[in-house]
Write a protein that binds this ligand. Sequence first.
Ligand SMILES: Nc1ncnc2c1ncn2[C@@H]1O[C@H](COP(=O)(O)OP(=O)(O)OP(=O)(O)O)[C@@H](O)[C@H]1O
Length: 311
Amino acid sequence: MSAIIQVSNLSKQYREVKAVNDISFTVNTGDIYGFLGQNGAGKSTTIRMLLTLIEPTAGTIELFGKNLNSHRKAILRQIGAVIEKPDLYKYLTGYENLSLFAKMSGVAVNEKKLNDQLEQVGLTERAHSKVRTYSQGMKQRLGIAIALIHDPQLIILDEPTNGLDPQGIADIRNLILHLSRHQGKTILVSSHLLHEIELIANRMLIIDKGKKIMEGTVAALVDPARTMVHLEVTNPQQVVTWLQSSKWSANLQEHSNNVILLQMNKPQVPELTADLVNAGANIMALQPQNSLESYFLSLTTENRHVDTFTN
Ligand SMILES: Nc1ncnc2c1ncn2[C@@H]1O[C@H](COP(=O)(O)OP(=O)(O)OP(=O)(O)O)[C@@H](O)[C@H]1O
């Protein structure tokens, strides 16, 4: 398993706004990597930096094991991206659009390749209809077909289901899964909906107000037997130091000023509580969060930042 995207300490400052604040993450070959955050969290800014559309203020990006700055052209050739509503020629057909974009990007395609590509995104039946008659979901899928025409290894999709109806959302979801399972593509997909990411991704990163909140396998993060304990204490420094040297160190996720997050199996919570009391923690609140949904909501509705432990 090798890293396709390796982002280290990436930041982007727009005048007074720190849109991305010191985030690091790794996307491995074959991942469907979910990039989750509320509106304004910094997802698009990060994606734009990955595509060299904007320059980072700090940090490094490696793609396919190479530094993005020094190998820009070669790297971008291996990426297909849809980051806004695709800019399509609405008086041309889907087939004609695809053919035109292939020519513009210098990709040699024949009729079979174009038809295969349209079939892959489920547009065979409407291939020769004008794009102005397409639904939003069909336009989005045509945009993905265009992004795939040069057979990239890595696909980056920024909020691909935004503004789609439930059927359109399901179509995109199935397409992403198909591209991963049957074409072996590595996919980075952003969304503000936890549910969407949960359904397709194997790993995910949650960001909020530019900061990394957590990263992990979706299976571990959404496992119903697991819980995220939200602990508030008046002596956080002492408690964090103790936790780091205790048997709970591997359970530590993050801490902010006086809030500490620990992930564990639900039956372990009473034992943790007893250990904390014995260790002198002044507990204000200890709340096991039931699902990642409530955890995600609690994180993103609170106006706070957290640091991430690596464990
Ligand atoms: N060009 C810009 N100039 C100034 N501030 C910007 C610019 N682009 C983005 N921002 C700010 O940076 C922050 C992150 O924005 P970003 O678009 O990356 O978030 P996002 O997670 O993609 O959310 P959304 O889905 O709403 O686009 C926001 O506060 C946004 O207002």
